[in-house]
Design a protein around this ligand. Structure first.
Ligand SMILES: O=C(CO)[C@H](O)[C@H](O)COP(=O)(O)O
Length: 151
């Protein structure tokens, strides 16, 4: 399903059943999106950050999800793991400005979050910016993003 279609299928992964991770799931569902859970949010799966994040990123890469949100304590490991998956552009976002830029300039398709840093208010702001964000059509931005596949 394309970005602009409104309702999306979004995979959410976390390495602990943290309140922030559970709030991501709740907030996405509240906004009408279909959510698939991985890692510590899924009783059947391994909960380490590299494995959990990989599963969510592969959902995006292999077309089972439109976007993903990957979470760990710092957000760093989750973003590194996701960015190893072909076609994934994961962005670790600590505020709405970064989330907006990640969608606009980087056409990011995976949002990485720090469970440690992300307050409820900031999470709401990040999700709003992320979900409303659209990739730039500026030729330089398009060229940068397409070069990522060539690197
Ligand atoms: O931020 C992380 C990785 O970037 C992890 O969440 C952090 O290392 C804690 O992991 P664990 O609970 O398995 O020790």
């Amino acid at each position: 399903m394309p970005w602009h279609a409104g309702v999306m299928r979004i995979s959410v992964a976390a390495d602990s059943k943290d309140g922030v991770a559970e709030r991501v799931v709740t907030e996405l569902r509240k906004r009408g999106h279909e959510v698939v859970t991985h890692g510590a949010l899924n009783d059947e799966e391994r909960d380490d950050w590299a494995w959990a994040s990989e599963l969510a990123a592969r959902d995006v890469s292999e077309g089972r999800a439109d976007q993903a949100v990957v979470c760990c304590w710092t957000g760093t490991g989750a973003s590194i793991a996701a960015n190893k998956v072909p076609g994934v552009r994961a962005a670790l976002c600590v505020d709405a400005y970064t989330a907006d830029g990640a969608r606009k300039w980087n056409d990011a398709n995976v949002l990485a979050l720090s469970l440690r840093l992300t307050s409820d208010v900031v999470l709401d702001e990040i999700l709003d910016a992320w979900l409303e964000g659209r990739p730039s059509t500026d030729s330089a931005d398009v060229a940068n993003v397409s070069h990522l596949d060539e690197i």
